[in-house]
Design a protein around this ligand. Structure first.
Ligand SMILES: [Zn+2]
Length: 321
């Protein structure tokens, strides 16, 4: 396992805000109602977190509880119109910056082009050095195979990230979580944005954040994988979509996910989900492509706060879906 140190975390600007944390049972009912408007079979319960190191969850820590907080690092403005290749972050430093040295981090971001050799998707899933628990890294990256254009997923032993990352940071403990099971999509929303919008319509401008893991056990999903950095400026959504590579990938897919119902003025990405698999494919989750057969099963926790690290000064809304 390689845990490489990077320079000068102290210079990164950090902002934070407390989130609204309603009672778990109340949120479970809100999610149940929201998901029922988009899926035929829905079950949302508050349960004791199972051991999420086990297949099919394959997390680097047993649970997603213990001081849970969302962290939004960098952003798409460091990628478009043209990439800022100096934007690389160290996940152990991020954990310290958000007050949780040795945290368990899971979520979605860009891998380090310096480590991988090319721009790529990253599925952060790491218990970093710095706390009392043993460090553990089950992060994966997905890149575009230059030979045939297929997805090439690889294990990623570094803790260096590319210019944007969204994670749930926690102590990686077991505790009370939402268990969410849905089958058969009847509406147009994807699983994650459906939950985010349900929270937003109930809680309005009181931000509620969640992060966790879900598995697409049956059916398939539309994913994208970023290719090598664009050499020409990408200035419109059309430019971005023409540059990205899109794939339809069958389950089982393990998806690491975070969302927030309302941006409290931190220029956040409001949801972000990446997946990896045992069959060698992974990437950025957009939506499922098999509404009749789709099955989602996941565990989420409520975040207590949100941290914004190295927020871009010149921002835009391009490429955030
Ligand atoms: Zn992504």
């Amino acid at each position: 396992m390689i845990f490489r140190k990077m320079a000068s975390p102290a210079v990164l600007p950090v902002e934070s805000k407390s989130l609204h944390v309603p009672p778990l049972q109340e949120v479970a009912q809100v999610l149940q109602g929201g998901l029922e408007s988009n899926f035929r079979d829905v079950s949302v319960c508050v349960v004791e977190c199972p051991d999420l190191t086990q297949s099919p969850w394959r997390l680097a820590a047993p649970g997603i509880c213990g001081s849970p907080r969302l962290v939004d690092i960098g952003g798409v403005p460091y990628l478009f119109p043209l990439p800022d290749c100096s934007k690389l972050y160290d996940m152990a430093d991020i954990a310290r910056l958000v007050g949780l040295p040795g945290a368990f981090l899971l979520g979605a971001g860009a891998g380090s082009s310096k480590v991988v050799g090319v721009n790529c998707e990253m599925v952060p899933n790491v218990r970093v050095e710095g706390g009392s628990a043993v460090a553990m890294n089950n992060t994966h990256i997905a890149k575009v195979n230059t030979k045939d254009g297929s997805i090439q997923q690889e294990k990623y032993d570094s803790v260096e990230t590319g210019p944007l990352v969204n994670v749930l940071a926690s102590e990686g403990k077991r505790g009370k979580v939402f268990e969410i099971k849905v089958k058969c999509r009847t509406g147009e929303e994807n699983f994650v944005s459906c939950m985010r919008k349900a929270l937003a319509s109930c809680y309005g401008d009181k931000p509620v954040g969640m992060g966790g893991v879900f598995v697409i056990s049956q059916g398939s999903a539309k994913l994208h994988v970023m290719p090598a950095f664009s050499e020409v400026p990408l200035t419109t959504s059309e430019d971005v979509n023409n540059w990205l590579k899109f794939y339809t990938v069958p389950g089982p897919l393990t998806c690491l996910s975070e969302l927030i119902s309302h941006d409290p003025g931190l220029d956040l990405r409001i949801d972000h989900t990446h997946c990896f698999s045992e069959h060698g494919e992974g990437g950025h989750y957009h939506y499922d492509t098999t509404p009749e057969t789709i099955e989602y099963h996941g565990y989420y926790t409520l975040a207590e706060s949100v941290y914004r690290v190295d927020r871009p000064e010149n921002t835009h809304q391009l490429g955030r879906d």
